[in-house]
Design a binder for this molecule. Structure first.
Ligand code: SAM
Length: 217
C-alpha cells in the first residue's frame, strides 16, 4: 500500500482508507489486510470523493485531526471514509432525511468521531453549537447549493479553510449546459472562495463536477 494522502492509500489502481473499525464493512466494500493493518476499499462509483481522488485530486484538506462539517451525509458512505481519515477529528454529518439518518445513526454508534445531525443545511443556526471547522464537504444536490455553502461557510469555516463541493448540474438547471451551470456556481461563490481545482467526475458520476475551494476571507 502506498499512502497518497494522510490515511488514504493506493494499490494496483484501487484506493483505500485504513479501517477505524476493523472487521466492519460499511456499504459492502472489500476489506483487505496487509502487514497486520486492515484497509477498506473506496469505491469511486459510490463516493464522489473517491471519484475525485481517482480523477487526480491535487490536494487533500482532510487530514488526521481535521474537524469537518459534512452537508448531505446520507447513509454515510463517504462519511465513513472521511471518518477513517480524520481519526481523532470530528465529522458533523448534517442530513435532512429521517430515513437516511437512521443508517447514519447506526454508523455513528460504531464510530465515535461521527456526530449525526438531523437538520436542514439551509438553517445552520439549528446546529450552531458545532463551532468552527477546518473543512466543509457538501453534497446536497439542491438548486440553491451555492447559497447553502455560503451561509454555512460564513458561520463555520475557518479563514483559509477548504470546501469540497459536489455540483450536480441536473439539480440546478436541466436546460443549461452542465459546463455553464458549473461556471455559474463558481462565480456565485467567488466573493468568499478561490477555486483550487475543478474535477469532472466522469465516468464515476455523469454531469457532476467536484470543486475544491479555499476560503479567502
Ligand atoms: C447525493 S446524496 C449524498 C451522498 C453522500 N454524500 C455520500 O457520498 O455518501 C444527497 C443527500 O443530501 C441530502 N439533502 C438534500 N437537501 C438537504 C438539505 N437541505 N440539508 C441536509 N441534507 C440534505 C439528501 O437527503 C441526500 O441524502
Amino acid at each position: 500500500m502506498k499512502e497518497i494522502f494522510e490515511n488514504v492509500f493506493f494499490k494496483e489502481g484501487r484506493i483505500y482508507t485504513k479501517n477505524l473499525t476493523p472487521g466492519i464493512s460499511v456499504y459492502g466494500e472489500k476489506l483487505v489486510v496487509e502487514d497486520g493493518i486492515e484497509y477498506r476499499e473506496w469505491n469511486p462509483f459510490r463516493s464522489k470523493l473517491g471519484g475525485a481522488i481517482k480523477k487526480g485530486l491535487s490536494e487533500m484538506p482532510l487530514k488526521r485531526g481535521s474537524d469537518v462539517l459534512y452537508l448531505g451525509a446520507s447513509t454515510g458512505t463517504t462519511v465513513s471514509h472521511v471518518s477513517d481519515i480524520v481519526e481523532k477529528g470530528s465529522v458533523y454529518g448534517v442530513e435532512i432525511s429521517q430515513k437516511m439518518m437512521q443508517k447514519l445513526l447506526e454508523l455513528a454508534e460504531l464510530r465515535e468521531n461521527i456526530i449525526p445531525i438531523l437538520a436542514d443545511a439551509r438553517k445552520p443556526h439549528e446546529y450552531e453549537e458545532i463551532g468552527k471547522v477546518d473543512v466543509i464537504y457538501q453534497d446536497v444536490a439542491q438548486p440553491d447549493q451555492d447559497r447553502i455553502l455560503m451561509i454555512n461557510a460564513n458561520m463555520f469555516l475557518k479563514k483559509g479553510g477548504y470546501a469540497m463541493l459536489c455540483i450536480k448540474s441536473q439539480s440546478i438547471d436541466v436546460t443549461k449546459k452542465p459546463k455553464d451551470v458549473f461556471e455559474e456556481v463558481k462565480r456565485n461563490l467567488s466573493s468568499l472562495f478561490e477555486v483550487v481545482q475543478s474535477i469532472n467526475l466522469e465516468p464515476y458520476d455523469k454531469e457532476h463536477e467536484f470543486v475544491l475551494l479555499r476560503k479567502v476571507k
